[in-house]
Design a protein around this ligand. Sequence first.
Ligand code: NAD
Ligand code: ZN
Length: 360
Amino acid sequence: MKTLTVDLGERSYPIHIGHGILPLLPEKLAECGIGSPTPLLVITDSAVAPHYLKPVEELLRGAGYPVTTSVIPSGEASKSLEMLDELVKVALEAGLDRKSVIIALGGGVVGDLAGFVAASYMRGIRFVQVPTTILAHDSSVGGKVAVNHKLAKNIIGAFHQPEMVFYALEMLRTLPPREVRSGLAEVAKHGLIWDAAFVEWCESNADKLLALDPEALEYALYTGCSVKAQVVGQDERENGLRAILNLGHTIGHALEAVSRYELLHGEAISIGMVGSAKLAVRFGRDPVIYETTKRLLRKLELPVAVPSHIDTSEVMRTMMYDKKFKDGRTVFVLPEAIGRVEIVRDVPVAWVEEVVEELK
Ligand code: NAD
Ligand code: ZN
């Protein structure tokens, strides 16, 4: 098991990561001040529950914790105010108080939703992330929690840091292959924004990653989490540096929404990252950036083109909810080299539209 620390200055929290570590969960909870008999509410989803809810529940009960469980429907649609309402009811009926703790057992959907319940219930209670997807190496670290509104994704949310991230990689074995690929897009992103050597490593080890080779996976997720932890440690509330984590997300979020979530998050940001690289080249950056980005994402079997049935003008309209378009210009995170990005403030909206169209 490896441990990283997210250092936020006034406080910090650990990320434990490794294969076969699930039995250590009660011990690690106690180490971060959540000893038994703290009441726990375990929130998970309908695809994760059949595999892992019982073992987790037994483990926690065995260690003396009173445990309530709640299983939400799997999928992005659960990141909603209706589901928040439902979980608040569960929490109230279970008698959760301000000392209770929520355990988010699942991917980014469970993590974002359960984290937002924790952020808002009784003005904020503690929570722990137990990620079960590759993508959640990103979403579980950094404290951004949210639900969606029908007009915009992640628009109702908070910054609420977990007490711990506990990443037992043995739980990734049951992930559907498409979810594996989607998660690898955020791994690639962490390389593209921060670490050129890691980009090279990902490209050389793409086959191993796709096959969930334990050693390769642990290295990739450890490296990805450590990039995220460093960025968040320097800028917890996105006043500056943290914005670089949004590489590929302006176009990506719009594609996700316009496809009615047929495109998975990672698939959409994969296309978005290729779009950002294309934009960077228009700003005079080396075309190698575009070629390398595209080659890496292709190796990870991710889409690099906008599906032809998607309407570019709808993508542009949707993007306007996400970004401020002022005087025909907007802000974008663009690569300036592989492993380095910059925030560009005067990107012509017309160029973005042309790039989306060219990507078809
Ligand atoms: P997800 O939680 O929907 O999980 C993907 C699918 O895999 C779901 O069907 C889920 O039920 C299933 N699943 C999860 N773990 C499994 C396992 N171990 N075995 C079998 N099936 C499993 O999606 P995700 O890709 O993990 O996360 C996407 C979400 O994360 C989006 O809503 C996105 O906005 C959010 N996100 C948030 C942040 C953040 O900083 N908060 C960052 C990135 C993404
Ligand atoms: Zn993302």
